[in-house]
Design a protein around this ligand. Structure first.
Ligand code: PQQ
Length: 360
């Protein structure tokens, strides 16, 4: 069988690397290919995504989380040594927990719920991109089909995860008002679990990759796994950032969400009132569409036609003017009653907020 990805060579002339050289070569793979370098992660951590794009990440990443114990059970099934199984089974416990309501998958569900999803929608895995499923399933197949050394080596991306997790948690808390420490609780445990798991796997690989060929296989396994993580972000980027092509059946913003209550959003539903300050969410823009020869609201994966009244209002939405200010300006321009305008635009803005192209 031909290798699915180009496999790195073990050294200049396939010589046996020392354990330290092997570790350095593995770390170098991460330095060049780990998913912290992916543009989607840069956007996520720097606060450049809108809420729906963060939701798409949380939803798709759930599939990875949910399949990790399936992957680890497959690895476990290949271990003929009870001592090894005793160590590895901890990974399954970490994700599944010891009791209902416990464990990493549950904490990821909390994260997904924290950004607005209904638990049942996430659990259904409906709406997850096919490309996410393909990547994650490729990982499960890989550990079943390849040697135990390769299966263990493929988990070594975890060597690099504490850095990305710290960066992600601080970046997201700083940059998104809808993200709380509670929502990101998943990552707290990973900060101790990942280094523990990675240390064990790295020792195993250094001890068992005893020929140039085995060392090459270990490096190829880590490269493969970096690609598993990278392609998941490619898929998210393509569907929800640019060009914004959401495949049929994949999650569309607005789907699978819990009806937002004031407690969940920190905001209110219903008409906007005079003191509300409307703003366009990140990624939503008011644009003149030459083809339609009309203004539209451009969201990452949707376009909304606007009538003249909406255009007049949205031209004044700048995240600074309140509804009262906007009504005041329009009342002057159109010589109309300010309180009537305020009531009208309150309803109109609430309708746009319902469609998630406006925030207060
Ligand atoms: O947040 C991350 O960037 C990240 C990365 C990785 C990784 O590098 O594979 C894992 C996780 N998180 C994670 O939470 C997790 O449980 C996990 C298990 C594994 C694995 O390969 O067995 N990787 C990862």
């Amino acid at each position: 069988m031909t290798a699915p990805f180009p496999t790195p060579v073990a050294g200049d002339d396939q010589r046996l690397l020392s354990p330290e050289e092997l570790e350095a070569a593995l770390r170098d793979i991460g330095a060049r290919r780990y998913h912290n370098l992916h543009p989607f992660h840069r956007l996520l951590h720097d606060g450049k995504l809108n809420k729906d794009q963060v939701r798409a990440w949380a939803l798709n990443r759930y599939y990875y989380q949910a399949m990790i114990p399936v992957k680890d059970a497959a690895v476990l099934a290949r271990m003929h040594d009870a001592e090894l199984r005793r160590v590895w089974r901890q990974r399954i416990v970490d994700h599944d927990g010891d009791a209902p309501g416990d464990g990493g998958i549950e904490r990821w569900l909390k994260l997904a719920q924290g950004v607005g999803f209904s638990r049942d929608y996430v659990l259904s895995t409906k709406g997850i991109l096919s490309a996410t499923k393909f990547s994650v399933e490729a990982y499960v197949h890989f550990v079943k089909e390849k040697s135990l050394l390769e299966a263990i080596a493929s988990s070594l991306t975890e060597m690099f995860s504490p850095t990305i997790i710290s960066e992600r948690v601080s970046g997201m808390l700083k940059n998104y008002d809808f993200i709380t420490k509670d929502t990101l609780a998943y990552f707290e445990k990973r900060l101790t679990q990942a280094p523990r798991d990675a240390d064990f796997a790295l020792d195993y690989v250094k001890q068992h990759a005893t020929t140039p060929e085995l060392q090459r296989q270990a490096m190829a396994a880590l490269t493969f796994k970096c690609n598993v993580l990278w392609t998941q972000l490619d898929a998210l980027y393509f569907a929800y950032v640019a060009p914004g092509m959401v495949p049929p059946d994949a999650w569309q913003p607005g789907e699978g969400l819990v009806e937002e209550t004031s407690a969940a959003t920190g905001g209110r539903r219903g008409p906007f009132v005079g003191s509300d300050v409307p703003r366009l969410p990140r990624g939503v823009r008011l644009r003149f569409d030459e083809v339609r020869s009309n203004h539209v609201l451009l969201a990452p994966e949707r376009t909304f036609d606007l009538d003249d009244n909406a255009v007049a209002v949205l031209k004044l939405v700048d995240g600074k003017r309140s509804v009262g200010d906007i009504a005041g300006e329009l009342a002057t321009i159109y010589a109309a009653d300010r309180s009537l305008i305020e009531a009208d635009i309150g309803v109109m803005l609430a309708d746009l907020a319902q469609k998630r192209v406006l925030e207060r």
